[in-house]
Design a protein around this ligand. Structure first.
Ligand SMILES: [Zn+2]
Length: 324
């Protein structure tokens, strides 16, 4: 089903629900909503659906997917629409902040530090640390990035959060976990959205199992050596039947693993130069003797310095896992 057809079905469904509700009792609000749905359906028939009534440019794709009744682009909202949007974003920000894991979490011999920075009011990046119910010194860690930006991506980020919080209650290998998550994500995903992700589990013996679904390649620092852990799968939400594999690495005491989103490596300065993976690898390997919190600070500071005043164009996440 294409996007247009999907939204038409959604609108027809809303219309029939409104009509049912109106049979039970008339009220002004239902009437207005019904008029708005009819206007949207009429526009679909005329081929003007998704076009801003003020400037005649396209309305942002993500907004129209969430609210097919939107009539103006973000630049041309009336004051009431603007106020509503601000309130929604504020609430979304609050909800999202509560989904983040505890800072500086320590589990068994594992120490962590993370930096999570939305480019706008809300983020499409996903970052979580989960300790299994039966505390055996192991730790699940996740870093992901939902395609697109804004509210739609942040909703899907919350979806990932819920999926993995629930799936990690059962034991199983990481690729099985990601396979199940992909199925669930495919069921709920807004058409055209997908998520890249690194999902891992570090156990008490130092063994780390990682499944990478098309996300930026994690960096493993072992003493002087820097290893790049290869990717094994496609992003979540792309194909419901994707198969995944996991790779296993042994982390010795003092070894460091760094996960990040492309908002870090694709950061640009005012001359449009890209920060790049190489620079991140170098900064990480030359500072890997520092405590995770200090290493994190240096990485974040280096990206900021590189941007030299240019505003971040994408959400940014860095997650550090250190074996003590
Ligand atoms: Zn407009």
């Amino acid at each position: 089903m294409d996007t247009h057809e999907y939204l038409r079905t959604q609108l027809l469904d809303r219309k029939s629900r409104l009509l049912t509700a109106m049979k039970r009792g008339k009220n002004e609000q239902l009437n207005t909503l019904l008029q708005d749905v009819d206007i949207a359906l009429e526009k679909m028939a005329k081929g003007t659906f998704g076009v801003c009534e003020t400037c005649h440019d396209s309305i942002e794709h993500e907004r129209i997917m969430i609210d097919p009744l939107a009539r103006n682009c973000l630049d041309h909202l009336n004051s009431e629409e603007q106020r509503t949007l601000e309130q929604d974003l504020d609430l979304a920000y609050q909800v999202q902040s509560r989904l983040l894991p505890k800072q500086d979490l320590q589990v068994g011999s594992w120490r962590t530090a993370y930096h999570y920075q939305p480019a706008g009011p809300v983020s499409g990046d996903y970052c979580d640390l989960i300790t299994p119910e039966r505390d055996d010194g192991s730790l699940y860690f996740f870093t992901g990035d939902v395609s697109g930006k804004g509210v739609a991506s942040s909703i899907l980020m919350a979806q990932l959060y819920a999926i993995f919080r629930s799936l990690t209650r059962d034991s199983g290998s990481m690729h099985e976990l990601v396979e199940k998550a992909n199925h669930l994500f495919c069921d709920s995903v807004i058409i055209g959205h997908f998520a890249t992700l690194v999902a891992g589990k570090a156990d008490a013996s130092g063994r780390v199992e990682i499944c990478n679904a098309g996300h930026c390649l994690p960096i493993l620092v072992k003493g002087e050596k820097v290893e790049i852990l290869s990717s094994t799968g496609l992003p979540l939400g792309m194909f419901c039947k994707s198969a995944y594999t996991s790779l296993s690495v042994a982390m010795d005491p003092e070894d460091t693993l760094i996960l990040y989103s492309d908002g870090v490596t694709e950061s640009r300065n005012s001359s449009h130069w890209q920060y790049g993976e190489q620079r991140l690898r170098e900064i990480v390997s030359s500072n890997s003797m520092l405590a995770p919190q200090d290493l994190l600070k240096i990485c974040v500071e280096d990206v900021k310095q590189f941007r030299s005043g240019a505003a971040p164009s994408d959400d940014m996440t860095i997650l550090i896992l250190r074996r003590q």
